[in-house]
Design a protein around this ligand. Structure first.
Ligand code: PMV
Length: 360
């Protein structure tokens, strides 16, 4: 499938101005995307759980201009406060998507956005933020082209989100979303995310994700810098092949509900992501001492109780604890007694895997 399919071509002219609001969630990868080619094409396929509580709500106000602008005219507000420092990132996004949504130059914008999680929590808002904005832009397209089907709408919104932040293209639908071509998973594409199409065992319904905020600081390494470290990385090809294999294995795991194998794949993926950063040039250690303390506590807890608590990591020090809903009570008791002490100011966020974005 080619990018050209996503170029807006309707000749219809409309005088629309108005506003739309979308709420879009964050996601946590089980098989990680790490390394990309030009135009945000992933070096390997990935899969993520959609997180229903960590989300961004964005309202886009649009006003038709007398003549289309050369640049993009917009102001952005986070929780009511004007944020000019967000402008370069949004301008880059709009520039990247303009060839697919040429009508965006016909309007000026006010973007009002807010997150359900604290801005300074160390939780990346790019997946939820970029997907919420892409959905708002697609709402304008829908006004210009009412014949757009729901499927076309979501697919193009995911395609645009990818151009903002790769992992954002996995945030539009629930509960499990794949991105990147995989030979065994029907419909997968490097250009947009798709809902995982096969059978998923009851064990994975309402899966729990508790995010332990170990370090609320700014990201030590930006995603762009991180992905670029995979160019000429000595282990790159093996890593990309491993991601394909892990996704193949997960197909069976999702079907049978085998939690032990799930844990093995998910923890190995998290540690591999960090191993890639430790073995690149320049190299980085993104875990903090408390990240390691938590990992050891989880392994001891699992040994002792036989419960299915595991961890995954993003490109940072915070720890995502993943566990099945039916083990929630004992695991939350363990988090509150043992793990909370490793979190900065004792902060953690409870989330549940679930539905995707919705229009408000
Ligand atoms: O979407 P980006 O470019 O910020 O990259 C995110 C990469 C990881 O979060 C580390 C892994 C993933 O697949 O989400």
């Amino acid at each position: 499938m080619q990018e050209v399919k996503f170029v807006f071509e309707s000749s219809e002219k409309s005088n629309v101005s108005g506003k739309c609001t979308w709420e879009s969630p964050s996601n946590i990868a089980l098989v990680k995307y790490w390394g990309k080619k030009e135009h945000q094409i992933p070096a390997n396929p990935s899969i993520s759980f959609t997180l229903s509580n960590c989300k961004t709500t964005t309202t886009l106000h649009y006003t038709k201009l007398e003549t289309p602008s050369k640049d993009f005219q917009f102001d952005i507000f986070l929780e009511g406060e004007q944020k000019d420092d967000f402008k370069p990132k949004i301008a880059t996004f709009l520039k990247r998507i303009a060839q697919y949504v040429p009508y965006i130059k016909d309007y000026s914008y006010k973007i009002e956005t807010s997150n359900s999680f604290p801005h300074s929590s160390g939780i990346a808002s790019s997946a939820s933020g970029m997907s919420a904005l892409a959905l708002c832009i697609m709402s304008i397209e829908k006004e210009l082209n009412p014949s757009l089907s729901e499927q076309e709408f979501i697919q193009k919104a995911s395609f645009l989100s990818r151009l903002g932040s790769g992992s954002a293209c996995r945030s539009l639908e629930g509960d499990l979303v794949c991105w990147g071509t995989h030979k065994e998973i029907t419909g997968t594409s490097d250009l947009f995310g798709v809902k995982y199409p096969f059978e998923v065992h009851e064990n994975f319904k309402n899966y729990q994700d508790t995010i332990l905020l170990v370090d609320k600081g700014e990201k030590q390494v930006s995603s762009t810098v991180g992905h670029n470290l995979m160019h000429d990385h000595p282990y790159a090809n093996n890593r990309f092949n491993q991601a394909h294999d892990n996704l193949s294995k997960l197909i069976g795991v999702f079907k049978t509900g085998d939690l032990s194998q799930f844990i093995e794949i998910v923890e190995s993926e998290a540690l591999t992501l960090h191993a890639m950063m430790m073995t690149s040039l320049p190299y980085f250690v993104l875990m903090k001492p408390n990240t390691l303390e938590i990992i050891n506590e989880i392994w001891a807890f699992r040994q002792e109780t036989g419960l299915h608590l595991c961890f995954t990591l993003d490109a940072g020090a915070n720890v995502h604890l993943l566990y099945p809903e039916h083990e929630k009570e004992s695991i939350l008791a363990f988090i509150n007694s043992k793990l909370v002490g490793y979190c900065q100011n004792g902060h953690y966020i409870c989330d549940t895997v679930g539905f995707g974005a919705k229009q408000l």
